[in-house]
Design a protein around this ligand. Sequence first.
Ligand SMILES: Cc1cc2nc3c(=O)[nH]c(=O)nc-3n(C[C@H](O)[C@H](O)[C@H](O)COP(=O)(O)OP(=O)(O)OC[C@H]3O[C@@H](n4cnc5c(N)ncnc54)[C@H](O)[C@@H]3O)c2cc1C
Length: 329
Amino acid sequence: MNQFQYNKANESLSAVKLAAKDPNAHFLAGGTNLIDLMKMGVVIPSKLIDINHLPFSKIEKMPHALRVGALVTNSDVAENDLIKSHFPLLSLAINAGASPQLRNMATVGGNLMQRTRCPYFFDTTMPCNKRSPGSGCGALEGINRMHAIFGASEQCIAVNPSDMNVAMRALDAVVHVSGPKGERAIPIADFHRLPGNHPELDNTLQKGELITAVDLPYTPFTKNVYYLKVRDRSSYAFALTSAAVALYIENGTIKEARLAMGGVAHKPWRLTIAEEFLKGKAVSEDHFKQASQIAMQGAKAYQYNQFKLKLAPNTLVQSLKMASGIASS
Ligand SMILES: Cc1cc2nc3c(=O)[nH]c(=O)nc-3n(C[C@H](O)[C@H](O)[C@H](O)COP(=O)(O)OP(=O)(O)OC[C@H]3O[C@@H](n4cnc5c(N)ncnc54)[C@H](O)[C@@H]3O)c2cc1C
């Protein structure tokens, strides 16, 4: 049994200081990811800093954004009236994840930080550069069915498993953090990172930094949105591919599009070139197919995930059709 110290944080500054001092300290929120990793010996903390009593459980209307506290549970975000009316895409994405019980425990901060579901990361008898830098990547030549088709490296081909993150990427969320050097705001595009030579780093947080809230800047995407998640089971399964689509349509013309995909990269994957292509185009299946082909440029598959080269564009086309209303479920 691995011993660890449990600390209940009553205010954020002391939580940050405690975390900054100890390289093996971890914040504990809902525990739905961290405790599993501890049980499997993937993460061996010296200290758990329980942040559940910090005042980050509110959803507040700000002038330019809706501010969601880091400790708001995934269920409370998805069912919140302000979220449902201003950011229905986020509700759809969150409700596509995990199970109701897990969503009742999981928090916004924890979801942003959740680790990959690559089986080689979870199996401590296997090589994994993310878990144990320098040990190799078991997935590269192994069973890589769930793995990345964009932005991978020779060091790591794991994907970010979150649904929430994909919608947040499409919505240009901004992550607020408090750390030993003060507070800062990180656009979600810069929050998660690609593996490169340091796959052990999932994101750009510095040691001791605590997520306090996420801002969702107001957008016109309140109507034509869709989140499609393709997975092995219809519930309680991570995405093989997913697509978050938000369209602003006027008189049958797409004025603005936001597109992001999950299950395809080490970070939620934004499709900006395809977004540009769709701008000013009429809503049509043909344009959606062209956009999805553009979105797939640069995709690279491995032995067991070749199917994603077809599944990913199909996921995007279907999601665009659903969002625009030219298809129904
Ligand atoms: C069986 C199962 C199925 C699942 N299916 C899905 C799915 O389909 N889709 C999906 O998106 N997710 C899925 N999940 C993952 C789930 O969404 C995450 O476990 C959850 O979001 C993590 O949130 P938490 O609050 O429990 O985090 P914790 O487990 O408490 O923490 C996770 C990590 O985040 C860090 N952390 C937490 N809060 C903060 C903060 N405020 N600042 C800095 N660091 C912080 C912790 O230190 C830890 O490293 C599933 C989980 C399980 C167990």
